[in-house]
Design a protein around this ligand. Structure first.
Ligand SMILES: NC(=O)c1ccc[n+]([C@@H]2O[C@H](COP(=O)([O-])OP(=O)(O)OC[C@H]3O[C@@H](n4cnc5c(N)ncnc54)[C@H](O)[C@@H]3O)[C@@H](O)[C@H]2O)c1
Length: 269
């Protein structure tokens, strides 16, 4: 009997491949026999390569900028020539402002800099459009494919700014910025738009909404976060792999335009 989760031989593009989660996805997908194009602006750095390469020789590193159509067109040409026309795309490239980010990007709403807004929107939102146009377009032409866009709990509900009180009390004017939330909620409808647009071409498009991932954050942040989540902790970096495999594979063949929320229950409270 065939396994509906099988990804053996499928060509999958992962953007933001050198990031905390992108690396996990690359390793997991390559380990399942997929031919992975690990695309990142920072691709080519030796440390990043060691982190993502499972040693199976199934991983093609592609240096590209998701905010540039030209760069993505070149990436597609290379991926198609080396691995084949993509069957899947995971849009994981993004700009975030973690609790340790510089203060000028995380100030009060009233003075949040336009250039910070533009930078975040460019990568998180326009980057998703351009990757959809280039890789989604190629999949539509081939008559099959699956796209996964990555949102955040902060794209579904507002950030809880109380979690960052400890930084403000220490004199840093930290607020989780509006651009991250706005870009991540826009992805929910980008997904629906692309899903309905490409349904006749058999390209499925879904969102995954993730809660925060443990990454050595400040103890005060971790305590506040844990208290805010029914499961009482942040996610481990490998806890989203199952959803990515599910949404890329035939196991989700009747699913498109949806939002799969995996957040330890954050949005249930
Ligand atoms: N880590 C979390 O806690 C968390 C929680 C919810 C949602 N998410 C989402 O999951 C996805 C992956 O998150 P992560 O933690 O791995 O992020 P990360 O910051 O660790 O990695 C992002 C990667 O994107 C790349 N990138 C940035 N701009 C780019 C560009 N213009 N072109 C190409 N690559 C570019 C960076 O080089 C980096 O390797 C993001 O969409 C993020 O918003 C993460």
């Amino acid at each position: 009997m065939s396994n509906p989760f099988d990804l053996d031989g499928r060509v999958i593009v992962v953007t933001g491949a050198m990031g905390q989660l992108g690396r996990e996805f690359c390793r997991e997908l390559a380990g399942r026999g997929a031919r992975v194009a690990a695309l990142d602006r920072a691709a080519g750095e030796a440390a990043s390569r060691a982190a993502i390469d499972p040693g199976a020789g199934r991983l093609l590193e592609v240096q590209a900028d998701v905010t540039s159509r030209e760069s993505l067109d070149a990436a597609l040409r290379r991926i198609a020539a080396d691995l084949g026309v993509p069957h899947g795309l995971v849009n994981a490239a993004a700009l975030d402002s973690p609790p340790g980010a510089p203060a000028e990007e995380n100030g009060p709403l009233e003075t949040y800099p336009e250039r910070a807004w533009d930078r975040v929107m460019d990568v998180n939102l326009k980057g998703t459009l351009l990757c959809g146009q280039v890789f989604g377009g190629a999949m539509a032409e081939a008559g099959r494919g699956a796209i996964v866009n990555i949102s955040s709990t902060y794209g579904v509900v507002s950030p809880d700014q109380r979690l960052y009180d400890y930084r403000r009390e220490a004199g840093a004017p930290f607020f989780k910025p509006i651009a991250y939330s706005a870009s991540k909620s826009a992805l929910l409808n980008v997904t629906r738009y692309m899903a309905t647009y490409w349904a006749p071409r058999n390209v499925r498009v879904n969102t995954v909404t993730f809660g925060g991932v443990f990454n050595g954050q400040d103890e005060r942040f971790l305590a506040g976060y844990a208290a805010r989540v029914p499961l009482g902790r942040m996610a481990r970096p490998d806890e989203y792999n199952g959803a990515i495999v599910f949404l890329l594979s035939d196991a989700s063949s009747y699913m498109t335009g949806s939002n799969l929320v995996i957040d330890g229950g954050w949005t249930a409270w």
